[in-house]
Design a protein around this ligand. Structure first.
Ligand SMILES: [Cu+2]
Length: 300
């Protein structure tokens, strides 16, 4: 009877382990298949790459994971061997060796070699991310407390602000803490130079699936680039603690076909026309010289 109970418990435990394993595999499969361009519950790994930069980042990450795993398994193997082979029972009289030149050379030179092997592709990737290859258009991103504004200098200086949609105004299908009123719209399959600056504190424009994470700093113009390979919606967030509403200045990028982008431009130029001209009715009403409106710093 006792044996039967024990057998049953073992069976139950094995079954529970199976369910757990299947659950983990299933979650991983869903995360991979779903093609998420936003964070998902129980997501494992990175969001799928949407730009060539992110593809290289993910590939480099995978290579590093193999190297790290091999090192960890090797060190673990050594530890287990030492614990087994040199414990007090097996090895009652320990050796008094304190130096071994060959081993010391090896454990210095081998890690250096591993680091060099990692450094070469790492630096290559850094330079690839840094240098904009023949940009077809430019977008200027400005971080504010607590929203983003986007400017298209090549499209007649079209400018607009992008604010979070508060929870109580979300429409069905919109994502809490990620959707915005005016997303950044870009043409897909186009090399875009991105410039970043700020008006108050340091922000950071981070879209994980693009592999773009750049500081937006007052008085500085940082640069990055992206080529969004396919049309779609992509999400990100400010990645630099920038004040009380840091968590509420998300980024939404809408990538369209080139024709779709041109159509959007026509509408956007009408929609954001007031800002386009740089007019600021409040400042004019306050008695300032309208000519100064351009030169005045943007309000916080
Ligand atoms: Cu911020």
């Amino acid at each position: 009877m006792v044996r039967l109970t024990r057998l049953l418990t073992t069976k139950a435990a094995v079954r529970a382990l199976w369910v757990l394993a299947l659950g983990v595999i299933g979650t991983f499969a869903i995360a991979v298949v779903a093609g998420a361009t936003e964070p998902r519950p129980w997501q494992l790994g990175f969001q799928p790459a949407a730009t060539p930069v992110k593809e290289r980042l993910s590939a480099f990450h995978d290579e590093l994971l193999i190297i790290i795993t091999l090192i960890t398994v090797f060190v673990l193997g050594l530890l287990v061997y030492v614990i087994w082979r040199f414990n007090q029972q097996r090895n009652p009289v320990p050796s008094h060796t304190s130096h071994n030149t060959v081993i010391e050379m090896l454990w210095t030179v081998v890690p250096v070699l591993i680091l060099i092997i990692i450094a070469i592709p790492s630096f290559k990737l850094m330079y690839y991310m840094d240098r904009v290859p023949n940009p077809e258009m430019t977008i200027k991103v400005t971080g504010h407390q607590w929203y983003w504004s986007y400017e298209y200098p090549d499209q007649g200086g079209l400018t607009f602000d992008s604010n979070i949609i508060p929870d109580d105004q979300l429409k069905p299908g919109q994502k809490r803490l990620l959707d915005v009123d005016n997303p950044l719209v870009v043409p897909a399959d186009t090399i875009i130079r991105l410039q970043f600056t700020g008006t108050d504190v340091i922000h950071s424009w981070f879209v994980p699936s693009f592999g773009v994470q750049e500081y937006a700093i007052v008085g500085r113009l940082n640069e990055s680039w992206m080529t969004v390979e396919h049309p779609g919606s992509y999400y990100g967030q400010c990645n630099q603690i920038c004040g009380v509403n840091h968590a509420f200045m998300p980024i939404k990028v809408e990538a369209m076909s080139k024709e779709g982008f041109q159509r959007w431009l026509v509408d956007a130029k009408k929609k954001f026309a007031r800002r386009d001209k740089g007019a600021d009715p409040v400042r004019v009403a306050a008695g300032a010289d309208p000519g100064d409106a351009h030169a005045a710093p943007a309000g916080n």
